[in-house]
Design a protein around this ligand. Structure first.
Ligand SMILES: Nc1nc2c(ncn2[C@@H]2O[C@H](COP(=O)(O)OP(=O)(O)O)[C@@H](O)[C@H]2O)c(=O)[nH]1
Ligand SMILES: [Mg+2]
Length: 220
């Protein structure tokens, strides 16, 4: 297959999880639209956004899912996690409670997400220096305990938002190459399937990603 006909080399699905109000929707909009607005996000309830990046020689398309308010009652559906390549657990540096529940979210991930999904944590609202409730020591010991990298971000100031998503994307590329699943030798179906409403998603994969089957995660 001629690579020049493709829009991108890799497509990754990432999902944002974490307590309500930690800034997931704002992070998504900062990353996809480079915008921040205090008021509109909660009412919109975004499902997902795309952003295409160039990393070295590769063009990478990210499909990033937002919980659209489901996290409020911990009713995240299985479909939300299905096919996820990367998971971003977000907490709010100015609210210790949301840091303490990260471990609960990691339990959810263990139960609901594909086994080999890569995980990263965003410690969001790092612009709120004076209201900070989670120390660097807390974060360091979390990283040592879990082996999961934490990146301090601010959707408001944009600090580290690109960097955080890029970090995860780079890890995903490395992983796919290590798995021998790189675009050069992969059957083109999964990542390139052209002509799908301009979004070039494999139809089966797309179906798996929709939230419409309404399955409840971990509710049994
Ligand atoms: N100061 C500050 N406020 C933020 C930041 N990110 C989000 N917020 C605010 O936190 C609230 C919740 O954000 P939202 O994205 O709706 O959280 P979600 O429920 O996790 O999707 C909103 O009032 C945002 O304006 C940030 O980085 N810094
Ligand atoms: Mg939201």
């Amino acid at each position: 297959m001629a690579a020049s006909r493709q829009n991108y080399h890799y497509l990754f699905k990432m999902v944002l999880i974490g307590d309500s109000s930690v800034g997931k929707s704002c992070l998504l909009i900062r990353f996809s639209d480079d915008d921040f607005n205090d008021n509109y996000v909660t009412t919109i309830g975004v499902d997902f956004r795309f952003r295409t990046l160039r990393i070295g020689e590769y063009s990478v398309k990210l499909q990033i899912w937002d919980t659209a308010g489901q996290e409020r009652y911990r009713t995240i559906t299985n479909a939300y996690y299905r096919g996820a390549d990367g998971i971003i657990v977000v907490f709010d540096l100015s609210n210790k409670e949301t840091f303490l529940t990260v471990s609960d979210w990691l339990e959810e991930v263990k139960k609901c997400a594909p086994e080999d999904t890569l995980i990263i944590v965003f410690a969001n609202k790092c612009d709120l220096y004076d209201e900070r409730q989670v120390s660097e020591e807390d974060i360091k010991s979390f990283e040592e305990k879990t082996g999961i990298q934490v990146i301090e971000t601010s959707a408001k100031s944009a600090e580290n938002v690109d960097k955080g998503f890029l970090f995860l994307t780079t890890k995903l590329i490395e992983k796919r190459q290590k798995d021998g699943d790189s675009f050069e030798n992969d059957g083109s179906d999964q990542f390139y399937n052209p002509g799908y409403g301009g979004e070039q998603l494999n139809a089966q994969r797309y179906k798996q990603m929709t939230l419409k089957d309404g399955m409840n995660c971990c509710s049994n």
